[in-house]
Design a protein around this ligand. Structure first.
Ligand SMILES: [Zn+2]
Length: 68
């Protein structure tokens, strides 16, 4: 199965990734490699839908691109 389509992070525009442990005991989640925000859900499919839905919202936070 090919990798799911993930929109960039809604906060920093960083690369999103799926986090699913090999033993299936961890909660499926979609997160950002850069700022560490993440969505969790009961299934990976749901986590991806929630992530993509959030990234489609208009920005309501100020730009913080210079955070170190
Ligand atoms: Zn981010």
């Amino acid at each position: 199965m090919s990798a799911p389509f993930l929109l960039p992070c809604p906060f920093c525009g960083g690369k999103a990734y799926t986090d699913r442990s090999a033993d299936c005991t961890a909660t499926p989640s979609v997160g950002c490699e850069d700022c560490g925000t993440h969505n969790v859900a009961e299934t990976m499919g749901e986590a991806i839908i929630k992530w993509n839905a959030r990234t489609s919202r208009p920005k309501t936070f100020p730009e913080r691109n210079n955070h170190e």
